[in-house]
Design a protein around this ligand. Sequence first.
Ligand SMILES: *[C@@H]1O[C@H](CO)[C@@H](O)[C@H](O)[C@H]1NC(C)=O
Ligand SMILES: *[C@@H]1O[C@H](CO)[C@@H](O)[C@H](O)[C@H]1NC(C)=O
Length: 393
Amino acid sequence: MSESKNPADSPESATQTQPSNSWPSATTSLFLILILPVITATLIYQLDSFDPAPLPYHELTRRLTRRAPAHNPRMLRGSERVGFGVLRGPEDVAYHSGSGLIYTGCEDGWLKRVKLNDSENPEFVVESWVNTGGRPLGLAFGLHNEVVVADADEGLLNVTSEGEVKLLTDEAEGVKFGITDGVDVAVDGTIYFTDASYKYNLKHFVWDFLEGRPYGRFMSYDSATKQTTVLVRDLYFANGVVVSPDQSHVIFCETPMRRCRKYYVQGDKKGSVETFIDQLPGLPDNIRYDGEGHYWIALSMAPTLAWDLAVRYPFIRKVMGIMEKYTGRPNVEKNGGVLAVDLDGNLISHYYDPGLSLVSSVIKIGNQIFCGSIFHPYMLRLNIQQYPTMAVA
Ligand SMILES: *[C@@H]1O[C@H](CO)[C@@H](O)[C@H](O)[C@H]1NC(C)=O
Ligand SMILES: *[C@@H]1O[C@H](CO)[C@@H](O)[C@H](O)[C@H]1NC(C)=O
C-alpha cells in the first residue's frame, strides 16, 4: 500500500494561492463575503438537531489507500454509452449467458433487458421487462429462472420467469429494511443480501453517510423455510454482495468504510467475519465474480480531501447536512471507476476517470466491461483489450 500519487488528488493542487491586489472597501467586502455567512451558518448550525457521529478516521484516511499495480486513469476514452436516455440509473447489471441478455434495474422501477449484440441501436435492443413498483437495485439469478431483486423501496423480491413480482421479505428481527441493496444467490439456493440502512430510505441515503452510524445489515433468506436471518449487523452502508466461487464464504461491501468483508458459510470458520480487502482506492458499491478468477468492484468515487475532512470531523458532516437541507450538496464525486481483484483480495487492475462518478456496478463479458450507474442515464461499455490498464512504474 502506498499514498496516492495522482496529482489531481493532492491537496496542494486544490489550494493554489493567488497574488492579492489591494481592495478598496476591504472591510465591507470582507464582512459581506466572510463574516455574514459565518454568522448565518453558526445560527443555523446551532438550531439544527442533526447529530453526526465520529468515524474511525485512522482507518479511513485516504493516505492509507491501496494502489493497483496496473491503471487506466482515463477509462472514459473508448467507452461507449449503451441505452442512452432509455436506461435511467441502471444501478446493477447482471448477465444471463443463456439468453445473452443483460438485466438492469432502473430508477423508474423497470427491470430492463438489453440485447448485447445491437447496442448501437438502443431503441431496438432495450426491452422494458417488468416494473417492480419500487426502485430495483441488486439483481441475481435464482435457481428456477427467476430474478431475485433487492428493491430499495419494496424489499427482497422474486421476479419469476413469467414476470410475476412476489415479495420474499422486507424485514428482519422486527426491523423493516430501509434500502434493500445488494444480493447474490448461492448454488444451494440460499439468498444473501444487504439492507444498507434501516434508518434512511434511498432518497435520503446521503444522510446515512453524513450521520456516520452503522444502520446496515447483511442477511440471508431461505426460500424453503421463508426465514430471514441477520448474519452481520451494525454495518456502515452495507452494499454489494457476492458468493465466492467455491461457495465457502460471501463477500459484502461497506461503502463509506472503503472495505469488503467476508462471511464464512462453510467449514471451520463458519459464521465468522474477516476483512477481505480494505483501504480501497474508492467507495465500493456492487461486487461481482467474472468466472475467470477475478472479482470486479464498482467504485462510486475516489476519496478526496473533502471526503477526508468529512470522515474526520463530524461537524463538517453536520455543515454538509445543513447545506444538503438548505442549499443542495456541492458535487465532489470524481475518479469513479472499477477495480479487479483476485480471489485473495489482491488488487489487479484499476480503471477510473476524473470525469466519472457514481459507477455502481460492473460485469465483464468477454473482452468488454459494462458499468451501471445509480445516476447516469446509460450503461458504459469499454473494450478492455483495446483500452487496457498499464503497469504503474
Ligand atoms: C449478432 O447477432 C447475429 C444474428 O443474430 C449473430 O450472427 C452475430 O454472431 C451476433 N454478434 C455478436 C457479436 O454476438
Ligand atoms: C420464485 O417463484 C417461482 C415461481 O413460483 C419459484 O419457482 C421459485 O422457487 C421462487 N424463488 C424463490 C427464491 O423463492
